[in-house]
Ligand binder design. Structure first.
Ligand code: HEC
Length: 233
């Protein structure tokens, strides 16, 4: 009973909160495909990687994203790689002085917002990152918005502008202390959102998640109300 109530609250909070996202890209499937096409014996790797890229990263669709907790955790966020190079992505994420993330990298902090590293040279202004805003529910993900410099989240914040201060050294990854203005959402809240991603099945709440989501929901409601009023003025 307790779980039912908690799940319901969490789910409602999820609906109201971030438009969520979550990426993870049927990694297993993508990796399986990439491996089948490019076993080390059979292929000159460069060519194969480009081929894999053409068939995976270029064709990112809603199936590219799923349960955030199936991705690989790094500190308080999650990473993956649509081309199977999770090691490369992890190496960049863990580089003490920052690094350029490899093609195919997927980074997520909350289920509804995703960054995907596209092919080198695709869009130099954003360091080849494509930004996504997703809608997520038990059935999966829907891509609400995607693009390079013009994607705004539901609070009217432009992904690229907010992340741009972290460009040098950190390849647009903000975390804390990378130059971006802080957001009013702490890691307790982002953790609660990750643990209640509806695409993962049962939520796995920790102590305090209910309160974190409640606070977040209130902030979102206030934020959206404020935006609504501003839009009317
Ligand atoms: C108001 C500024 C702002 C906006 C708008 C914004 N972000 Fe962020 N984002 C941040 C900050 C700051 C962090 C780091 C938060 C933390 O870890 O404490 C972050 C974290 C992230 C992360 C985890 C990796 C990292 O950079 O730390 C991803 C992925 C991400 N945002 C994607 C997006 C996407 C996609 C959008 C647009 C749909 C977006 N963000 C909009 C400021 C912003």
């Amino acid at each position: 009973m307790y779980h039912k109530v908690v799940n319901k609250v969490i789910y409602t909070a999820m609906l109201v909160c971030f438009s969520s996202l979550s990426v993870h890209a049927e990694t297993t499937q993508t990796e399986a495909t990439a491996t089948a096409e490019a076993t080390p014996e059979s292929v000159p790797e460069v060519v194969e990687i480009k081929d894999a890229l053409a068939t995976t990263v270029v064709n990112i669709d809603e199936k590219s994203f799923s349960c955030i907790r199936d991705m690989t955790p790094v500190r308080h966020f999650y990473v993956d790689n649509l081309l199977g190079d999770v090691e490369g992505t992890l190496a960049a994420a863990n580089a003490p002085d920052g690094a350029i993330y490899p093609e195919g990298s997927v980074v997520q902090l909350v289920p509804t917002e995703v960054m995907v590293k596209r092919e080198s040279g695709t869009f130099p202004a954003t360091g080849d990152w494509e930004f996504f805003e997703l809608e997520v529910n038990e059935q999966g993900s829907k891509i609400a918005k995607r693009g390079f410099v013009d994607v705004v989240n539901r609070f009217d914040g432009n992904c690229f502008s907010c992340h741009a201060p972290a460009r040098e050294k950190w390849d647009f990854i903000c975390e804390s202390g990378h130059g971006c203005d802080p957001i009013p959402i702490d890691h307790k809240m982002t953790g609660a959102l990750q643990r209640s991603d509806p695409r993962c099945g049962e939520a796995e709440p920790e102590d305090g998640d209910w309160m974190a989501l409640f606070k977040l929901k209130s902030m979102v409601t206030i934020g959206l109300t404020k935006k609504w009023i501003e839009d009317k003025l």
